[in-house]
Design a protein. Structure first.
Length: 110
């Protein structure tokens, strides 16, 4: 439902009419999400071993913080180094920050 409302607002605003800017915007936001998912699955939980033992109630603020930091770094990279693929900066920095911050997440059993 939130995605539908967000998509409707983007469509009404006319932001999507400039396809290059829209794709750049997606390139800044989507790779950090992938970086967090990859780091959580492969580096924190060692390929899924431990997902069932995790006790994460509510929001994973380490993941949110890693996403925000990586998105800002990806945007800065796109402006400072326009010829370097900023999506790589986003995915790698999200994974690195999540590993650093995610090691502090409690993996206690219920």
């Amino acid at each position: 439902m939130i995605g539908g409302v967000g998509g409707s607002l983007v469509a009404v605003s006319g932001f999507i009419s400039d396809l290059a800017a829209y794709m750049s915007f997606l390139g800044i936001l989507v790779p950090p999400v992938g970086g967090v998912i990859i780091a959580d699955y492969y580096l924190i939980c060692k390929g899924g071993k431990g997902y069932e033992a995790r006790n994460l109630n509510g929001v994973n603020w380490y993941a949110v913080a890693s996403f925000v930091i990586a998105s800002v770094l990806s945007y800065a990279s796109s402006k400072l180094f326009p010829n370097f693929p900023f999506q790589i900066v986003g995915i790698i920095s999200a994974a690195v920050f999540y590993v650093i911050l995610g090691r502090k997440v409690s993996f206690e059993t219920d």
